[in-house]
Design a protein around this ligand. Sequence first.
Ligand SMILES: Nc1ncnc2c1ncn2[C@@H]1O[C@H](COP(=O)(O)OP(=O)(O)OP(=O)(O)O)[C@@H](O)[C@H]1O
Ligand SMILES: [Mg+2]
Length: 507
Amino acid sequence: MPALHLQHLHKRFGATLALDDASLKVERGSIHGLVGENGAGKSTLIKILAGIHKADAGQVSIDGQSYGALSPRQVDALGVQFIHQERLLPASFTVGEALFFGHELRRGPFVDRRRQQREAERLLAEYFDLRLPAGALVSELSSAERQVLQITRALIRQPKILVFDEPSVALVKREVDQLLRIVKRLRDQGLSILYISHYLQEIDSLCDEVTVLRNGRDVAVVQPRHTSSAEIARLMVNREVQEMYPKAKVALGAPLLQVRGLSLARRYRQIDLDVRRGEIVGLTGLVGSGAKELFKTLFGVERADSGSVHLDGRLLRLRSPGQAIAEGLALVPEERRSQGISPVLSVLENLTLAGLGRFSRWGLLSRRKEQAESLRLIDELAIKAPGPQAAVSQLSGGNQQKVALGKWLSRRSAVYLLDEPCVGVDVGAKVEIYRLIGRLVEEGAAVLVLSSDLPELLGISDRILVLHRGEVAGEFRAGEADSDQLLACATGAVVAAALSAREVEHA
Ligand SMILES: Nc1ncnc2c1ncn2[C@@H]1O[C@H](COP(=O)(O)OP(=O)(O)OP(=O)(O)O)[C@@H](O)[C@H]1O
Ligand SMILES: [Mg+2]
């Protein structure tokens, strides 16, 4: 008897048929993968299981018992826990409160906050080797830390079935490895696991079986042991996926973005960094390395204590994202759902609307041109929506990401700062995004990409800077490095025999 059996599920949202007779079976004590393009229906399937959506038809069996519809409470009682794609922890909670929210530890009638905090620290250290400051607020955590919190929260409920909807997107390599180890350990302890991911490498190393979902229907069940990732990708998108990292040779020009001596206490120190016209520079580092914080400074979210940032020789004032944009930077934040897009506006409006009035000088005519460009982007990035007028909030997670990114890619900016540009994006669309980034630099832009996807960085960058403990610990030419070297550098295992910036410039 399988631990979980979803049978012939149908679900329609207005004009969109999200699930069209989808079935899936998770054997007891196994890890079952679920893959599919953005908008294929993965999250919808999970949400039906979670009791968040009600299926139009079909049934769910847990431990051999069948249910037509489930309530969230029922599912919880049946021992099914979820790590959803949207991260739902209240920002004002402390770590302890967030972990035990709904199942508080009590002493008598009172919530025992001190014990919650102690337990939280113990559990996070035990599962993830993560040490968070006592009483830290959820809002102060990085998205990786928040994700870890979600997972820990699910684990302390001692579930029988655990469902992950893209758990690793906010994690860097070391944390991903940790996560994969934990998931395997849980399987070996007898848990049944359903695991959604766009990272086929993870699927390959983790899953016993994989269901491929296409247009709301299960089109194949394969065993990664006997099926290559390329084959799984082909099943997902129903065509051959071409070269993953298309890259044209672009001549490098003068430095456009120049960072000098940038420091922020306890975050990063004395960062020097150049990005030249036509160049894609990758930036990476573990949580706490300062890479994220450096990006936040460039985005105008967090102010540096000292140092300077120049754009094409002009000193920039970066006091807010609005100002950073006004200064000519194009920003794609990682928290796109809260910062990068307007969920209530349509896809077309999001892609077209002038960011903070910056394009108003272009006037009406170019507005029309922009619209045409937006329609082209929808097509190019294969943004799956009922139509260009559909509200962005109705799109699947990955399709929202594409909109957030497309919004900036359609603009003409000199310098692009991309924070995890392909998080949550399916394998086919990734290639299109890389192609668009390539086109930006061909047209003379400078691009700085922050990413924890090392193969991606190696695939698209000209140069990669690795931060460790707030300093540039290594600099690599992409063609001459591999993931292991980057990781070793990021973890501080080696202080890379790095190229100095000067050497690169003269290379
Ligand atoms: N609340 C909703 N209202 C309207 N349409 C929706 C809603 N939720 C999902 N959809 C639509 O249903 C389809 C399936 O979406 P779903 O979120 O299940 O995709 P997914 O496979 O999880 O994609 P991703 O990889 O991008 O997360 C999409 O076309 C999406 O636009
Ligand atoms: Mg989804």
